[in-house]
Design a protein around this ligand. Structure first.
Ligand SMILES: Nc1ncnc2c1ncn2[C@@H]1O[C@H](COP(=O)(O)OP(=O)(O)OP(=O)(O)O)[C@@H](O)[C@H]1O
Ligand SMILES: [Mg+2]
Length: 253
C-alpha cells in the first residue's frame, strides 16, 4: 500500500452543462488522488474538459456529482488552500508587477510591510527582480506567466493549480519555463496540479501523468514517471514513454 500523505482526492467527479437542448457532459466520473508535494500532470487533448476539471477543483464551478477533498476536508466552493495560475491572461493590467503579486495578501489583510516582503520573495524567486514597477503590457508572455506564478505562490496555497500556463509561449521560452517551474517546485515544496495538452511537457514535468480521454473527459490511464530529473527529452526511456502515451491519447480534430 502507498503510505504517502494524500493532498487532493477526486471521487467520481462529473460536470454537465445544461441548456435548452439538454445536458452536455464535460467531465465524467473522474477519480484520482494527488500526493503531498507531488507534481501531478493532467494530460488531455484540446477541448476535452481540462479547464472545466481544474475550475471544478478550484471551486469556480460546482460539480454535478462527486466529491473533492483537500486533505480530509470536503470542498464546497473556493478554498484559500488552493491557488490557481490561469490559462488566459489574468493579471490586473492597471496594476504593477508588485501590486499584482501582493494583491492576494492585501485582500487577506496582511500588513503592508509583511506583504511587500512576501511579494518580493516570490518576485525574486521567479526571476523578476527589477521589474516590480513594470505593468503587464511591458512584459513578454513568459514574464507575465512568471508574475502569475509569483502571485499564486504569494497566497501560500497548499495546492497550486496551473492550467496550460505555457501553452501560449514560443518553444524556447516554454522549455525554459518548464525548467523554472521544476526549480520553484523543488524550492517551495508545494503540491502541484498542472494541466497540459503536450505529451513532452507532461513527461518532462510530472511525477505521474493522469491521461484524459476526449470530451467528456474520463481518466484513461495513470502513468508513474520515475525518470531522474532534469529529464532528457531525447533519452531512449523518455522517447519510449512518449510513444506509449501518444498511442493511447485521443486525437481531437
Ligand atoms: N460554461 C460552460 N457552458 C457550457 N459548456 C461549457 C462551459 N464551459 C466549458 N464548456 C464546454 O466544455 C468542454 C470542455 O471545455 P474546456 O475549456 O474544459 O476544455 P479544455 O480541455 O480546457 O480545452 P483547451 O485545451 O482548449 O484549453 C467544451 O466543449 C466547452 O465548450
Ligand atoms: Mg483549457
Amino acid at each position: 500500500m502507498d503510505e504517502r500523505a494524500v493532498k487532493l482526492t477526486l471521487k467520481n467527479v462529473s460536470k454537465t452543462f445544461y441548456d435548452r437542448n439538454g445536458g452536455i457532459p464535460a467531465i465524467q466520473n473522474v477519480s484520482f488522488t494527488v500526493y503531498d508535494n507531488e507534481f501531478l500532470v493532467i494530460l488531455g487533448p484540446g477541448l476535452c474538459g481540462k479547464t472545466v476539471l481544474l475550475n471544478t477543483v478550484a471551486g469556480l464551478e460546482q460539480p454535478t456529482s462527486g466529491q473533492i477533498f483537500l486533505d480530509s476536508r470536503e470542498l464546497h466552493g473556493t478554498d484559500p488552500g488552493i491557488g490557481m495560475v490561469f490559462q488566459k491572461k489574468a493579471l490586473f493590467p492597471w496594476k504593477t508587477v508588485m501590486q499584482n503579486v501582493e494583491f492576494g495578501p492585501k485582500m487577506r489583510g496582511i500588513p503592508k510591510d509583511e506583504r511587500r516582503k512576501t511579494a518580493q520573495k516570490f518576485i525574486d524567486l521567479v526571476g523578476l527582480q527589477n521589474f516590480e514597477n513594470s505593468f503587464p503590457h511591458e512584459l513578454s508572455g513568459g514574464m507575465k506567466q512568471r508574475v502569475g506564478i509569483a502571485r499564486a505562490y504569494a497566497n501560500d496555497p497548499e495546492l497550486l493549480i496551473l492550467d496550460e500556463p505555457f501553452g501560449a509561449l514560443d518553444a524556447q521560452t516554454r522549455y525554459s519555463m518548464q525548467e523554472e517551474i521544476i526549480r520553484i517546485w523543488k524550492s517551495e515544496k508545494k503540491t502541484i496540479l498542472f494541466v497540459t495538452n503536450n505529451i513532452e511537457e507532461a513527461l518532462y514535468l510530472g511525477d505521474r501523468i493522469v491521461l484524459l480521454s476526449r470530451q467528456p473527459a474520463t481518466v484513461k490511464e495513470t502513468y508513474v514517471i520515475d525518470l531522474p530529473r532534469p529529464r532528457d527529452m531525447l533519452s531512449p526511456e523518455f522517447l519510449k514513454l512518449r510513444e506509449k502515451i501518444s498511442a493511447n491519447m485521443d486525437i481531437t480534430v
